[in-house]
Design a protein around this ligand. Structure first.
Ligand SMILES: [Zn+2]
Length: 86
């Protein structure tokens, strides 16, 4: 089961029924966000490394936005230094 392509409906349902798996708090999310995004960019399965982050992003727009911003930042840094090969 995946909620990837149905964000707004998926979020709503996820809030009503609660997370299906482990979910981190905003504090933990913030704590691990750097590493999570780095793993994502590296092409590693970040959710396997830090379980619960994905579920949290689906239920927490604020953290999801932080993730997007950080990813954009890291990608631009990688691009500027000629790394990443993207
Ligand atoms: Zn959060």
């Amino acid at each position: 089961m995946t909620l990837d392509s149905r964000q707004s409906t998926g979020q709503l349902i996820a809030r009503l029924i609660g997370p299906a798996g482990p979910e981190v708090s905003c504090d933990s999310c913030f704590e691990h966000l750097d590493r999570y995004v780095e793993l994502e960019i590296a092409g590693v399965d970040a959710e396997a490394a830090i379980p619960g982050m994905r579920a949290h992003f689906e239920g927490c727009p604020a953290c999801a936005e932080d993730r997007q911003s950080l990813r954009a930042l890291l990608l631009s840094v990688a691009g500027n230094s000629g790394m990443g090969g993207l």
